[in-house]
Design a protein around this ligand. Sequence first.
Ligand code: NAD
Length: 284
Amino acid sequence: MKVGFIGLGAMGAPMARHLQARGLLAAVANRSPAKAQVLADELGVRAAADASQLGDCDVVMLCVPADADVQGAVQALAGVLAPGAVVVDHSTVAMQTAIDAQALLAPRGIGFLDAPVSGGVEGARNGKLSIMVGGEAGALERARPALEAYALRITHMGGPGAGQATKAVNQVLVAGIAQAVCEGLALGEKLGLSADRLVPTLAAGAAGNWFLDKRGATMLADSFTPGFKSALLLKDLRIVQAMAAQAGIRATVIGQSLADYSELVDKGFGDEDTSALLRIKRGP
Ligand code: NAD
């Protein structure tokens, strides 16, 4: 199997490394070509200028920021991939983008899986991502050996779009947990509690969670290196808000998180980790 990887950021680069470790990676591509060249040299694979140069691949992975990036890559891949190839999109985008991509590629005999991931940069580095897959079972079976390179769990959630639907639910939980942890730790700071004692004490009890574990100590030390950029969570929240409005649920967590992350991004902190929400929770 020859795998190509497009989008070599905080998530994509470590995922590509796992594919290379299994002998599956053939080529890498990125919007800024220098990034692709550096990783290609490190891993001994080809640097492709863009998706149109990945026509020899059996499976092409995408891990890019937004809907337009996925649409552009899928358009280019539709023109070059052979029947039987599979495009796997690990980005977090709208369900409709996945449905449209599948519809564009299917008549050409090319499979498409919406396969967003959860587990953070730590999960990408350790090869322990939870992958939520929408699309056809046959395409999943063809791509599975590549996905296994960085998966803790692969779940086939349903047809096209079902992976992105699952990720939307995931992001409601992610946003709500960030709200709770950042607000709680902002209060802890104001009460003069020692960060060194507070975080492990909370983590050992019923309030323990992944975000507190991975980001609690760093945020209290004013370190907000991503991780997961606040601007990317804001992009996710906009997608989720539209879905929640259509579904008619009472979406208070989504609403508050959208307001807070919009403010954070407007203040110039969009490239900081989502734990930078602490800045706002500290108050004026
Ligand atoms: P990032 O900003 O670190 O990296 C994105 C990479 O894609 C960059 O190298 C950028 O140059 C490249 N890129 C942008 N547009 C491109 C295009 N049109 N063609 C080719 N390359 C392009 O982002 P990330 O944190 O790696 O996230 C990528 C995707 O994965 C996003 O959709 C994000 O929501 C999702 N995601 C992120 C995390 C996380 O914890 N960081 C977790 C799960 C899912």
